[in-house]
Design a protein around this ligand. Structure first.
Ligand code: ZN
Length: 341
């Protein structure tokens, strides 16, 4: 199993990133001069000691669920952690990361045969779904799981065609993988101090990046993340022109201006770096969705920031699809950008 697959399979629901953090720390140790931690749960690697400080951020957390209640029949109700579409939940296999070990569960609902025809047309809301862990009653369920345990989609990773891969937690373990590779390949004698930040709790409000940016006070920052691909049936080009396999996406603006508005100098440096390295790129203008850059660039007196991201199909689903060639190109582009900032 390569590191990218390992990253996609490992668990790290927002606020419970410990296992991802451990893997990131282990990998960053191989390439960085120093590993820093903070009280929030971010993992920070430093390479180089030049005057200019550059922060690269990839969030470690994934969207997931949290056990909210155990019924007397032994079924679990749950809350969503991060943005999950209720329509994808029914019939998913999940893993509850319980203290005594992993517990497999199935997300169920009232069977269709027993529903009224008008109900069948409605989306079953997450509060009407439940997780079945095969327990006979509350007492039996409590032997396995506790209220407050985080829940992930059943880990998966695999090949789809030649260049594409699918996996759990592609958002944002792909970014974590890019971060690790960039730190490996950046020359030791680089004339800058490069900080690699595996940030915590991005999916629930860009929280880890906020405290890390304050601590590091960088001159420039780049978020490495995933973004929504628009190359599936039913999406108009005017809604999203991003296609997987057509190169890393360079963000100009997030959430109609409520997220990051990429600093013109940072954008310029990225675009020139892409040209020099002959890396194909796509421009990303988002009406919804933000990245860590949205909060980093508001830190202290403002930090010029940008985003390099990977177009992903079925983002925030249990098996998101991305292109390996986009990942390779994003690594090249990030390294060249860091060198020229
Ligand atoms: Zn993300």
């Amino acid at each position: 199993m390569d590191t990218l697959e390992q990253l996609c399979r490992i668990d790290g629901v927002s606020g419970y990133e410990g296992n991802v953090a451990e893997l990131m720390r282990k990998e960053l140790k191989k390439s960085c001069d120093e590993i820093l931690t903070d009280r929030f749960g971010n993992v920070i690697g430093r390479k180089g000691k030049g005057k200019k400080k550059i922060m690269l951020a990839a969030h470690m957390d994934e969207i997931g669920l949290l056990v909210k209640h155990i019924s007397k029949e032994g079924f679990l109700s749950f809350v969503k952690v991060g943005g999950i579409d209720d329509r994808i939940l029914l019939d998913q296999r999940v893993v509850i990361k319980a203290k005594k070990g992993d517990v497999v569960g199935i997300i169920g609902a009232k069977p269709p045969h027993l529903q009224k025809s008008e109900d069948m047309k409605k989306v079953i809301k997450h509060e009407d779904l439940f997780i079945d862990v095969g327990a006979a009653n509350k007492k039996a369920a409590e032997k396995l799981v506790e209220v407050g345990d985080p829940v992930i989609f059943e880990p998966c990773y695999g090949k789809l065609g030649k260049d594409l891969r699918y996996g759990k937690a592609v958002d944002n373990r792909v970014g974590c993988h890019i971060l690790l590779e960039v730190m490996k390949q950046i020359p030791k004698n680089i004339d800058a101090t490069v900080y690699a930040v595996g940030s915590a709790q991005e999916e629930v409000g860009l929280k880890g990046a906020r405290v890390a940016a304050f601590k590091l006070d960088p001159d420039y920052a780049l978020a490495l993340d995933t973004t929504t691909a628009g190359d599936t049936p039913g999406v108009k080009e005017t809604e999203s022109a991003l296609k997987i396999g057509k190169g890393p996406a360079i963000t100009i603006m997030e959430a109609g201006g409520r997220g990051v508005i990429t600093h013109p100098k940072v954008k310029d440096v990225i675009m020139k770096a892409a040209k020099r390295k002959k890396v194909p790129t796509q421009i990303d203008i988002l009406e919804g969705g933000m990245t860590d850059a949205a909060i980093i660039y508001l830190t202290r007196e403002g930090i010029p920031s940008g985003v390099i991201s990977i177009a992903t199909r079925y983002i925030h689903g249990s098996s998101s699809v991305f292109s390996l060639s986009d990942v390779e190109n994003a690594i090249k582009l990030t390294i060249e950008t860091v060198k020229s900032l």
